[in-house]
Design a protein around this ligand. Structure first.
Ligand SMILES: [Zn+2]
Length: 135
């Protein structure tokens, strides 16, 4: 095994917990930090948190697939392959889905993707710093 993969998690937003300070949220206003969530910024924060959650899930799934493919490729490269490029036969190592992921969480089939527009918006707004702050 190589180094541990970097994993990112972001909790799905809850209607009963303040998305900013995590205090119990009795209504549209948080008693603990004073933020109100019934305006446009509250709606945006809700959407962004949803997308960050979805993105973190998608990222971890993609990382798991990439690591599985990497392990598969390493095995194929380790096997002896003909060096002559003129060989008429196809590639020695068949590319295809690996049979079984050796480690990690089960790879879940396609899930609902976060909206591209918000993903692009996040990238434009510096999602890297956002995500880094979550860690
Ligand atoms: Zn709060």
């Amino acid at each position: 095994m190589g180094p541990m993969p970097r994993t990112l998690t972001f909790p799905a937003p809850s209607s009963t917990e303040c998305p900013i300070c995590s205090a119990p949220l009795p209504g549209v206003r948080c008693d603990a930090c004073g933020a109100r969530f019934d305006g446009p910024d509250g709606t945006t924060l809700w959407r962004v948190d949803h997308d960050l959650h979805d993105l973190s899930v998608v990222r971890n799934e993609v990382v798991a697939r990439l690591l599985t493919e990497a392990a598969w490729t390493e095995r194929a490269v380790a096997a002896p392959t003909p060096a002559a490029p003129a060989a008429p036969a196809g590639p020695a190592a068949p590319l295809g889905p690996p049979p079984v992921p050796p480690v990690g969480p089960a790879v879940v089939p396609e899930r609902r993707r976060p909206s591209l527009t918000v993903a692009e918006l996040l990238v434009g707004a510096g999602a890297v710093s956002l995500v880094a702050a979550v860690r």
